[in-house]
Design a binder for this molecule. Structure first.
Ligand code: COA
Length: 319
């Protein structure tokens, strides 16, 4: 059984924030950020929350492909910056799109930057069950609301955005092969605090990260999970048309491609323009690359997520 990608769309925060602007407020420079991360700017959402960007991305997908939103059976939103604990961001998007409540199942997954790959894994399994025909997977984040804008080791990395991919069950399409893993992190390698049991333990909802540890984790797991996914899909990594890695750091992406002896030009990257948008990064990169012509429908791709959890996963499918 296979999946067919029926539509892809995206949305970005409305304000561009350049490295130069950041350097006016914190002790950093455009050159440092560019050299260490590949980022030159990111988009910040001042007025739209995560469900607004997710709705905008889903509408963009439906409009670009002339697809009726009422034909969607389920919405899965990958996010670690939801509007609320409840209702889910997916339920808010369903309401904002005016989708038929009797037909649709909507829920969020929080697997940080691996969330889109986990959402795709779940969606493929739901389609395979044949209870659903068409599912929207949306990665949406407004990371700017959980950043400490005085912490130069984190605030330079992230941006706000959303990407949506609508997939259908299609007997004749190639399969979507997914692998996902979790290495529980009790040490706070990458953490945004939630609600503590005791009020005196309450801390602000701010992202903290041991950047070097995350870097080491990423360059270790990306090649292995890609090889595992390729093996499961019975294909070689060299045969893929493109690889879309979670856009965390250009150096991480280049290192992983080189370690696997893969052509760097096969790696899709939009990090220079949008920074790290966490769960949104993979569908956002796909959507922007389809628009600028560096990706095409019908091509074979592998997407790779990694990050908080610590979590990592990969999925191979035809775009
Ligand atoms: N501007 C200028 N200097 C900075 C800086 C900034 N924004 N951030 C850190 N520095 C300084 C450090 O204080 C350190 O100074 P010191 O040598 O005097 O102590 C120096 O630059 C080197 O810092 P280091 O942390 O070793 O840099 P790095 O090369 O590891 O790059 C990251 C830092 C965060 C870019 C990198 O570790 C990274 O990308 N990690 C992965 C993070 C990530 O992707 N997270 C999300 C996962 S989904």
């Amino acid at each position: 059984m296979g999946i067919k990608v029926s539509a892809v769309g995206h949305a970005l925060g409305e304000r561009v924030l350049t490295n130069h602007e950041l350097a006016q407020h914190i002790d950093t420079s455009h050159e440092w950020i560019l050299e260490r991360t590949g980022i030159t700017q990111r988009y910040i959402s001042d007025h739209k929350n995560t469900s607004d960007l997710g709705t905008q991305a889903l509408k963009n997908a439906c409009e670009r492909y002339n697809l009726d939103p009422q034909s969607i059976d389920a919405i899965i939103v990958a996010t670690m910056t939801p509007d609320h604990f409840t209702p889910s961001t997916a339920s808010l998007i369903q309401a904002k799109m005016g989708l038929n409540p009797l037909k649709i199942m909507a829920f969020d997954v929080n697997v940080a930057c691996s969330g889109f790959v986990v959402g795709l894994d779940l969606a493929s399994a739901l389609l395979e069950s044949k209870r659903f025909k068409r599912i929207a997977i949306i990665g949406a984040e407004v990371f700017s609301k959980i950043l400490d804008w005085n912490d130069r080791t984190t605030c330079i990395l992230f941006g706000d955005g959303a990407g949506a991919m609508i997939i259908d069950y299609d007997e004749s399409a190639p399969p979507c092969v997914c692998v996902n893993h979790s290495e529980g992190d009790l040490d706070g390698t990458l953490r945004a605090c939630g609600v503590p049991l005791l009020q005196e333990d309450a801390r602000p909802l701010i992202l903290s990260m041991q950047g070097k540890d995350v870097y080491r984790f990423a360059v270790d797991v990306i090649p292995s999970v890609m090889q595992e996914c390729a093996q499961k899909a019975k294909l070689t990594l060299e045969s893929l048309d493109h690889v879309i890695l979670h856009q965390a750091n250009q150096r991480i992406m280049d290192y992983a491609m080189k370690r696997l002896n893969l052509d760097l030009s096969k790696s899709i990257s939009n990090i220079a323009k949008v920074g790290n948008t966490s769960a949104a990064s993979i569908p956002l990169a796909i959507s922007m690359a389809l628009l600028d012509g560096s990706l095409h429908h019908g091509e074979s791709v592998m997407v790779v997520g990694f990050g908080g959890g610590l979590s990592y996963g990969a999925a191979s499918f035809t775009l």
